[in-house]
Design a protein around this ligand. Sequence first.
Ligand code: G3D
Ligand code: MG
Length: 181
Amino acid sequence: MGGFFSGLFQSLWGAKELRVLILGLDGAGKTTILYRLQIGEVVTTIPTIGFNVESVTYNNLKFQVWDLGGQTSIRPYWRCYYANTDAVIYVVDSADRDRMGISKNELISMLEEEELKKAILLVFANKQDLEGALTPAEVSRELGLSALKSRTWQIFKTSATQGAGLEEAMEWLTNALKTRQ
Ligand code: G3D
Ligand code: MG
């Protein structure tokens, strides 16, 4: 498979499996991002009722996507997916001002998971093409990112539908994965 991302991720090829979770509220743009990567077939599995996991695998690199928020009863099942996670891409609809607080709470509680303590964090301030979208600095403030302790993180402005900002972000991720301790 050709394309920018497969070329980029090729450099991560190694013996160890690398796992990246793409998370955020429903409607943030996660599925759009997964398809944009164009690194392989997107497979949807339903481990339990109302909990869809989409995944795409490229060599030893695996991306998995699901929606945070909503039903609390299914949350314990998310844990099964947190183990051995190398990075989390947290996608935010920058124009969805009303749910910024919910998005923040979901992010905070997710980062508290023991299994995710060492995961690199990328925040995508997505939907930058929309009128009234918060800037990355504003999204950062809304999510309280500056309060994050001992976490490698970065925020990027993206427009998943336009494919803008994704290359830059994924380049940063590949470098972070290569250089981390
Ligand atoms: P999710 O997987 O996080 O739930 P989706 O989100 O990828 O399904 O995206 C939800 C909707 O937002 C989709 O529109 C999608 O096209 C749109 N979307 C995703 N990213 C962007 C973006 O950067 N800008 C704009 N303007 N829209 C975006 P539909 O209409 O299919 O529901
Ligand atoms: Mg989706």
